[in-house]
Structures are given as structure tokens and as C-alpha cells.
Design a protein around this ligand. Structure first.
Ligand SMILES: Cc1ncc(COP(=O)(O)O)c(C=O)c1O
Length: 441
């Protein structure tokens, strides 16, 4: 049999195998309701096997396709696929430290306005680089940064605002963008939990992540779409894109793709730094970079997932609405989530806060004991974690502006359940029933 025919046969066999698996999974779906799960079919696995047969292993044709399709979906100019959402945040932040940005470059001792109610790796890169995170409180029930605190948080050293759109709910981009524009600050949108969320700015509907200077995504399995491990950094700024690519790919100056040589035709005739003239451009380093690339195996899954993304987003939105409609009369026990004005969130989860007299510990135990998985809002208040012990003791390395009373309340009283696209109406109704029982018992 010819190679091409053999390949087609293998891929057809994979399709058949996957159809059997799907039928089996439907029969055995059970009663347990996770907060999130991967939703995929034979297309993802066929692509994965296709990439495995090519055995390119690093970034290649699937990566190129995935980056360009994701950029097209988000309506951004440039997109870089990386190996996690945390790497995307690291790269997004570190890009701002590039010497190519001159005066606007971020330097150790500068400040970054952010929140403590969220995921640690939104803040970690700043701390590791020696930039001071300045924490402001969030509002409940939007769970996003309290814009009334922005001016108070500003100092002569403020260079960046970096925050996540919490569980898919966009933060007030109009106010935050204006604040950044007025004070000449960078804006990084951690879009890891909000892929597909839309925000209307100046009469134009845009995807979150595409409004600030840089946006980041995570494709870890519970997220809006998955590549296993994986993430992305996107921007409309060509200089930031150049820096992002350089830092993602070892810090090199050259922009040849993996395995490519001498695309520019000047591999051996440039002069850089104090290197001898003609030194191989492939090994010239303009940044202190990393290797944060993902593989074509991951991108192959991503290209199939991306086709399903609009339907995933729609299902998340209708699941959220169904849950909301079933729970809205519990407002005296639970504070229910509220979307940001001018936005259409692509919800990651359904976040609730227990009112006084309702004990979160008991509520969550009841819900979990009845087969529904729950989650906290990640770190709750990041500044209270052991990783902050030394900084808390010394009082150096971070600032808190105002108090973080809502952040502390979220740490104590909030929890969330899932709305992922694999959830059926029956499961959502069961979940609503269990939450109702939990707060009433
Ligand atoms: C807001 C936010 N940012 C960043 C990340 C990190 O993504 P990853 O797990 O892909 O590193 C997460 C993880 O869930 C997240 O929720």
C-alpha cells in the first residue's frame, strides 16, 4: 500500500475508533458533574495522529495555521502560540521590559496595578522581574478591579495595568483603557478565562484580549478550548509582536521558523552588538529570552477546537442563563454574578458569594457530597498566601491601596460551579436543585 493511502487508512481508523469511544462515553456519562471538561470529537484526535505521523514535534505547519486562525477569530494582527497560559502571561509581561521600547520599557522598581482576587500567574512575572504589584480591591458581584481605586493606585512609577477578566466577565475596559491612555500605561488583558467574551468600546464590538496592548489565553483542559497544555499571546502592535517572538524563541534576533535557515538572505552579513561582522544571525540574541514554544501536536488539536469555539461560547452563555434563571430567587442567600455593562461574557463559570448567615464551608460540602464539583475563585486573596510570607514580613515588594475587603470576602464566602459546553440541561437543573438545597438546609 502506498504511503498516502496508508495514512488515509490510519486516519479513517482513528475516526472509527473515536466514534466508538463517543458512543461509549455517552452511555457511561454518570451523575458526577465536573466544573469543566474537554469537549472534543474525532476531528481533534485525527489531527493529533496526523501531526504525530509527521513527527515534526516542535512548532510547524499546524502551529502556523492555528496562530493565523486564532488571530483571525480575535481580529488581531499577531498571535503567538505558547506552552501555557502562565507562559503567555510571562511573555506578555516580559515583552514590556524590552530595551527596544526605550523610555516606555518597564524596569525593576516600576509598578503594575492589578488585583489579588484571581490566579497567581497574572502577577508572578512582575514579582519575579522586580516590578511592584499594586493591589486594588474588586467589586462584588462583578469580581473585577474597582475602577474607582485606579487614580489612588497611580504613582510616578506606574507603568502597567495587568488583570484578568474574571471567569469570563470583562472588566470595565472603557474606564481602564482610558486610564491607561491618559497616563501612558501599558494594558495587558489576562484573557485566559474569557476567550470569546465581547466588549463594546466606542460603538465597536471587540473580543476581550484584543483591546489592550497585549492579550493572553490559556488552553489548559478546563478552559474555553483546549490544546492540553497551551496558551497564546496576541497583539496588534508589530514591535511588541517582534519582541514576543524573540523572547518566546530563546531571545534570538532572527525570525526564521523552526527548521528554517536564512529567510532574510542576510544570515552572514550583519553586525550586531560587539560580535564580529557576519556572525551567524541565527545565533544572535537581542533579548534574554526563553523557550516557551508549544508543539505541532498541541496546535493540531487547537485547529480542530477553534472551529468549535463559537458553538462552545454560545453553549456557555445559554448554560449560564439557565442556571441564573433557576437560581435568581435565591438572592437573599447568595449574591449571583453580574456582567459588566456593554459586555457579552463568554462565561468560564458561575460565581456566587454566600450572604451573611450562609456558611460557604457547609454549602460547598453539601454540593460536593451530591456529586457537583465546586471551585474557589483561585487564590481568593493572593497576598495572604505563603508565597507572600517574606514580602508581608518585610512590607516590601508590593503595595495595597485602600483595603481588600471584597477580596477577603471572596476568599471567605465565594465559590463557583461550571457552565462548560458539555453540560446537559438535566445536569444544569440538577445542579441548581442541589445549590438550592445546600443554602436552605
Ligand atoms: C486568569 C488565569 N490566568 C492564567 C492562568 C494560567 O493558565 P495555565 O494553567 O495554562 O498556565 C489561569 C489558569 O487557569 C487563569 O485562570
Amino acid at each position: 500500500m502506498k504511503e498516502a493511502d496508508l495514512r488515509t487508512q490510519i486516519l479513517n481508523d482513528v475516526k472509527e475508533y473515536m466514534n466508538l469511544q463517543e458512543a461509549k462515553a455517552a452511555l457511561n456519562s454518570g451523575d458526577y458533574i465536573p466544573y469543566a471538561s474537554r469537549v472534543y470529537d474525532e476531528e481533534e484526535v485525527t489531527n493529533l495522529v496526523d501531526a504525530a505521523l509527521e513527527f515534526w514535534l516542535t512548532s510547524g505547519r499546524y502551529t502556523k495555521e492555528f496562530e493565523s486562525k486564532l488571530a483571525e477569530y480575535l481580529n488581531v494582527k499577531y498571535c503567538s502560540f505558547v506552552n501555557s497560559g502562565s507562559s503567555a502571561n510571562l511573555l506578555g509581561f516580559m515583552a514590556l521590559t524590552s530595551p527596544l521600547l526605550g523610555e516606555r520599557g518597564v524596569r525593576p522598581g516600576d509598578e503594575m496595578i492589578t488585583v489579588a482576587a484571581g490566579f497567581p500567574t497574572t502577577v508572578t512575572p512582575a514579582i519575579q522581574y522586580g516590578v511592584v504589584p499594586v493591589f486594588i480591591d474588586v467589586t462584588i458581584p462583578q469580581y473585577n478591579l474597582d475602577i474607582s481605586m485606579l487614580e489612588n493606585a497611580l504613582s510616578e512609577r506606574t507603568k502597567v495595568v495587568m488583570a484578568a477578566h474574571t471567569l469570563g466577565n470583562p472588566f470595565d475596559l472603557k474606564a481602564v483603557k482610558k486610564f491607561c491612555d491618559v497616563h501612558n500605561l501599558w494594558l495587558i488583558e489576562d484573557n485566559c478565562d474569557a476567550l470569546g467574551s465581547v466588549y463594546e468600546l466606542n460603538g465597536e464590538k471587540k473580543f476581550t484580549g484584543a483591546i489592550g496592548d497585549i492579550g493572553t489565553s490559556s488552553f489548559y483542559p478546563p478552559h474555553h478550548m483546549t490544546t492540553g497544555e497551551g496558551g497564546a499571546v496576541y497583539t496588534n502592535n508589530p514591535l511588541l509582536h517582534k519582541i514576543i517572538r524573540s523572547m518566546r524563541d530563546w531571545g534570538r534576533d532572527c525570525s526564521c521558523a523552526s527548521g528554517e535557515d536564512n529567510r532574510c538572505g542576510h544570515r552572514f552579513d550583519g553586525q550586531f552588538g560587539e560580535l564580529p561582522e557576519g556572525y551567524d544571525h541565527k545565533y544572535v540574541y537581542s533579548h534574554f529570552g526563553y523557550n516557551l514554544k508549544a508543539t505541532d501536536l498541541q496546535a493540531a488539536i487547537g485547529t480542530a477546537q477553534l472551529k468549535k469555539l463559537p458553538s462552545f461560547v454560545a453553549r456557555r452563555q445559554s448554560n449560564f442563563k439557565r442556571l441564573y434563571d433557576k437560581l435568581h430567587d435565591l438572592e437573599d442567600k447568595l449574591i449571583l454574578p453580574e456582567k459588566c455593562p456593554d459586555s457579552c461574557p463568554s462565561w468560564f463559570g458561575f460565581l456566587m458569594t454566600c450572604r451573611e448567615g450562609v456558611e460557604r464551608g457547609k454549602v460547598v460540602s453539601y454540593i460536593e457530597n451530591h456529586g457537583v464539583q465546586t471551585r474557589m475563585l483561585f487564590a481568593g486573596n493572593l497576598t495572604r498566601h505563603p508565597c507572600f510570607d517574606e514580602m508581608r514580613k518585610s512590607g516590601e515588594g508590593f503595595r495595597i491601596v485602600g483595603d481588600l475587603s471584597n477580596t477577603d470576602r471572596i476568599m471567605r464566602d465565594s465559590f463557583w460551579v461550571g457552565v462548560y459546553p458539555g453540560m446537559t440541561d438535566e445536569k444544569l437543573d440538577y445542579m441548581a436543585m442541589i445549590i438550592r438545597e445546600a443554602v436552605n438546609c
